[in-house]
Design a protein around this ligand. Structure first.
Ligand code: ADP
Ligand code: TRP
Length: 323
């Protein structure tokens, strides 16, 4: 039997190359070999985004990005989280078996508070909604970047606790994190993230992409000075796009001196542009046809609902909510 694979992204800003290598690319590759579930988690975005027209726009744009990059809705379930509200019912039920300590240890919450995001119950309970997403779909494999590792572990802990309390109900999920793409650096060398304003977008104005790449922070070594490739953001990003020979060549050019950071950035920009060029036309098509994207998400919601309903029937039986 094919493995059930699930992952999603928040529609809270431009999808970037960290999302692409950390999750999206793998999800698209999985559509031929697994039972794939991919969704746009707009309920999660409500924890930080309180602007209705922006949330609507970003939800469709995130879907456009996935479709343009090759996600085929016929080969998977592809939907918007809010179209299947049963997940919020499961969230409540799970919250009643989730120990407070489990949530208090979650670093996602602490990180968000440190960034100045207002503390809310939604922000604190975020991992329970994510657990509900995973468990309601009975997903086995969760492809994510390293930042989501703890969230998937919380989902596992909640599933085990529920099964021990009410009897075998949920599949125990597992995060799939690939070391080489676990933490893609942003232009300031920190993890690339929508919320750190250090991202290189996948789609969008070429001038914005160029500005981001040319703005990668480096040390101040001159053109002729030898430079260390490893740990250098330009090189680390170049490695994702280039062949092994090209990557070795860049490392050598850095080492022997004579290649400035400006030249290396131009090489990286060329690679990024070349890599995403084949997807631009499809992205422009969806941009011009948002109603089609909306219909794809709605159909995806209808396709996934029976699977979620089956899990919810089991949950209601196990907990005694089906009086
Ligand atoms: P962001 O941090 O930009 O808000 P999300 O939290 O929406 O990104 O992440 C969507 C997916 O992309 C998750 O699986 C996450 O682990 C992955 N991801 C995000 N940023 C990176 C990164 N810099 N490196 C690797 N994976 C990432
Ligand atoms: N929290 C994830 C992120 O910010 C998004 C997410 C919500 C998710 N529910 C999920 C990812 C279920 C995988 C599975 O990236």
């Amino acid at each position: 039997m094919k493995k059930r694979v699930l992952s999603g992204t928040q529609p809270s800003g431009s999808l970037h190359i960290g999302n692409y290598f950390g999750m999206i690319k793998r999800m698209i590759e999985y559509q031929d070999s697994s039972d794939l579930f991919c969704f746009i988690v707009n309920l999660h975005s409500l924890t930080t985004l309180h602007d209705a027209s922006r949330l609507r726009k970003l939800t469709l744009e995130a879907a456009m990005d996935f479709l343009a990059l090759g996600l085929d809705p016929k080969k998977c379930c592809f939907w918007a989280q809010s179209d299947v509200p049963e997940v919020t019912e499961l969230m409540w039920i799970l919250s009643c078996v989730t120990p407070m300590g489990l949530l208090e240890r979650a670093h996602g919450y602490k990180d968000k508070l440190a960034k100045g995001i207002a503390a809310s119950n939604g922000l604190f309970s975020y991992p329970i909604l994510m657990a509900a997403d995973i468990l309601i779909n009975q997903a086995q494999v969760i492809p994510v970047g390293k930042d989501q590792k703890q969230h998937v572990e919380i989902a596992r802990d909640i599933a085990i606790k529920f099964n021990n309390t009410f009897g075998e109900t949920f599949v125990i999920p597992e995060a799939e994190i690939i070391e080489e793409v676990a933490v893609i650096p942003g232009i300031d060398g920190q993890k690339m993230s929508k919320s750190y304003k250090n991202l290189i977008p996948i789609f969008g104005d070429p001038k914005v992409i160029k500005k981001a790449v040319m703005g990668i922070i480096t040390d101040s070594k001159g053109v002729d000075e030898p430079k260390e490739a490893k740990g250098n953001t330009i090189y680390e990003l170049y490695k994702l796009f280039a062949t092994r020979d090209e990557t070795d060549q860049m490392a050598e050019d850095f080492k022997k001196g004579g290649m400035g950071y400006g030249d290396a950035k131009k090489k990286l920009l060329e690679k990024i542009t070349e890599h995403f060029a084949p997807f631009q036309e499809k992205r422009a098509y969806y941009e011009a046809h948002p109603k089609e994207v909306e219909a794809i998400l709605k159909e995806g919601g209808d396709k996934v609902r029976p699977i979620l309903t089956e899990t919810m029937n089991k949950v209601r039986e196990a907990t005694g909510l089906n009086y």
